[in-house]
Design a protein around this ligand. Structure first.
Ligand code: ADP
Length: 601
């Protein structure tokens, strides 16, 4: 099959989170199965042009209002894939839209004011790229809101209207990596899409008189999926649906969850280049060494017996950082004060949290934080910690808990999203499980569950070793996930009444396993568009050789709306001198007092 991944991020060029890892890793795995996989991303300012190959001739992309956007196209191959199954990567180089620092925003402008235009353009440029390189995909696989409009263009313009019909046999998939980010902007921006206003309604853009780019993709893509089966279920509920649960329930026959894999070449303790010494189940000496180096690097007392709790995270509300580090009510302070443990954090994100964690590190001898982004340190934390804390408010899949498991680092997680699919809660009676879980996101649940894990560390060392072993033998490789995506692609052709393209590798796995059952009642009604609505066809001729800047600067948007995020719970102040043996009232298995060993004050 010919598969085109349209994404705003892909490692090693542009990354803000798991999306970038997934797009590259899935592409490589699909290529290894024999498919022709290509990736298209924007060429952001930090991506060095001199390391890429320019495809001669500027590319014109027709947008609304008669605007023709001109861009250059660069290409290269995904590192490590040249030879038999190369993954070609294309970069859309539009200086005004992408020649700036930041993918979606920067420190001053957290969400660029022209984001709807930037990514509507990108979504349409995807088709022009195919024309330019004369390669037409069987599957257009779009990722998250920045590429969500590509399936809309396919459905309402390219597949039905394009005179040349190059995309007549192309199907579309949209993968949701995080429903919390939807690309909601003022509807005045819609003119720029170059689609008729009937598509604004029929295509699903309309969202309480605003323009919602993800919602349009969810209405228009042939099939949808998200990155774990449990998150697929959750997103169809009001609690986790970010107001799009109705759309997802409506589309549930076309919606499933496929668990992300991890890059086992990069995240593998037996061949990790970033850690001081590699290790495996047979010889865990390297893990002890990593712990020592971690403690040293973070300026902590070097002690092999004290449990180290690690965190690598974006410092955003989604990750539960309010409940953990919120001034006056967050539980990190009491955890570090009351329990005999050490805690290390690597992260960046919201300013309040960066300064709060830095402040905490200066007041506590057993808490250290590094603010910033460091691949090397993140590997050291995974290898050198004994536990890994993820108190996520929601987690579409989550990668770090999988890294932790294969590094013999026990995850302490909230039971949400992909964390439920990957971590099994500790059972004291049998010693079973691979980590520690809690249901409610609040400071005391985190406190109690960390306490529970620390209690097990000191009092049930054999269980801890068994849990490590279970985690380290888990298979989270991309191979099985890639086969499920192949099944999904095949199912999409069948659902469209099209033949599955020849040359595809058939998969042994059954996609039904991940398909969510259809709810009894449909909650939303969407009308099927009756006619083709594209206003302007793609140019058939190659654009002029010289790159020209667009004539019209994007208008300043009158109003900008960000996607809704759940609110933080009301602040609750843990009691002063909170008990050193906290009762586990909120943890999933709240039976034992938490930290038996307490810090001397
Ligand atoms: P999300 O995509 O919501 O941020 P995931 O767990 O899916 O969460 O993926 C996060 C990825 O980003 C992981 O690979 C994680 O190690 C990495 N990461 C997050 N913050 C940092 C950081 N400060 N330094 C290095 N890596 C980070």
């Amino acid at each position: 099959m010919k598969i085109l991944m349209a994404s705003s991020e892909a490692v090693p060029w542009a990354k803000t989170g798991g999306l970038a890892d997934m797009v590259s890793a899935l592409s490589i795995s699909l290529a290894n199965l024999g498919h022709d996989v290509r990736i298209v991303i924007p060429r952001y300012y930090p991506i060095d042009r001199s390391k890429l190959k320019l495809i001669p001739g500027a590319m014109g992309t027709p947008m609304g209002g008669g605007i023709q956007e001109w861009s250059a196209v660069y290409t290269t191959e995904m590192p490590g894939t040249s030879g038999k199954n190369p993954v070609k990567v294309y970069f859309i180089d539009h200086e005004i839209f992408f020649g700036r620092d930041g993918i979606y925003g920067n420190a001053i402008e957290t969400d660029f004011i022209d984001n709807s235009r930037r990514f509507m353009f990108f979504s349409r440029a995807v088709f022009q790229l195919c024309r330019k390189i004369k390669w037409y995909p069987d599957v257009l696989h779009a990722h998250d809101w920045p590429a969500a409009v590509a399936p809309v263009y396919l459905k309402f313009a390219e597949r039905v209207a394009s005179a040349s019909g190059e995309f007549k046999k192309t199907v579309s998939i949209l993968t949701i990596h995080n429903l919390g980010y939807q690309g909601i902007y003022h509807k005045d921006n819609f003119d720029y899409a170059g689609l008729g206003w009937d598509v604004f309604y029929n295509g699903g853009f309309e969202d309480w008189s605003m323009l919602n780019m993800l919602k349009a993709g969810l209405y228009s893509a042939d099939k949808l999926n998200t990155v774990s089966p449990n998150y697929a279920k959750e997103t169809m509920t009001q609690a986790h649906g970010f107001r799009l649960d109705g759309v997802l329930r409506y589309r549930n026959a076309d919606y499933c969850g496929i668990l992300n894999g991890i890059d086992t070449d990069v995240w593998n303790p037996s061949k990790d280049k970033y850690i001081p010494e590699t290790y495996s189940l047979k010889d865990m000496a390297g893990k002890a060494k990593a712990k020592k180096v971690l403690q040293k690097e973070f300026g902590l007392h070097e002690d092999p017996n004290i449990p180290v709790i690690g965190m690598v995270t974006r410092l955003t509300d989604q990750k539960g950082v309010g409940e953990l580090f919120g001034p006056t009510y967050g539980s990190a302070w009491s955890i570090c004060r009351d329990m005999d443990l050490q805690m290390v954090l690597l992260g960046s994100g919201e300013y309040w949290c960066e300064s709060e964690t830095s402040g905490l590190a200066s007041r506590l001898s057993n808490f250290r934080a590094k603010i910033g982004y460091s691949e090397k340190t993140s590997h050291l934390i995974e290898a050198g910690s004994d536990f890994f804390l993820m108190p996520s408010r929601y987690e579409p899949c989550g990668l770090n808990q999988m890294y932790s498991l294969v590094y013999g680092t026990l995850p302490i997680v909230r039971s949400t999203g992909g964390l439920v699919d990957t971590v099994q809660n500790y059972e004291e009676k049998t010693g079973g499980g691979t980590g520690f879980m809690f249901e409610q996101l609040n400071p005391s649940s985190i406190y109690n569950t960390v306490g529970w894990a620390v209690w097990a560390w000191y009092n049930r060392p054999k269980d801890i070793i068994k849990m490590q072993e279970r985690g380290m033998t888990k298979d989270f490789s991309w191979e099985s996930s890639a086969l499920k995506y192949v099944e999904l692609y095949e199912a999409t052709f069948k659902a469209q009444g099209m033949k599955v393209p020849v040359g595809n590798e058939s998969s042994a796995l059954d996609i039904k396993e991940t398909v969510i059952e259809k709810p009894k009642k449909e909650t939303t009604k969407i009308e099927t568009p009756k006619k083709e609505v594209s206003k302007k066809e793609a140019p058939k001729k190659e654009a002029p050789k010289k790159e020209t800047a667009i004539k019209e600067a994007p208008k300043r948007e009158a109003q900008k709306v960000k996607s809704d995020k759940p609110k933080k719970p009301a602040a609750s102040q843990p009691k002063k001198n909170a008990s050193a043996k906290p009762k586990k009232t909120e943890a999933a298995k709240p039976k034992k007092p938490a930290a038996k060993k307490t810090k001397k004050k």
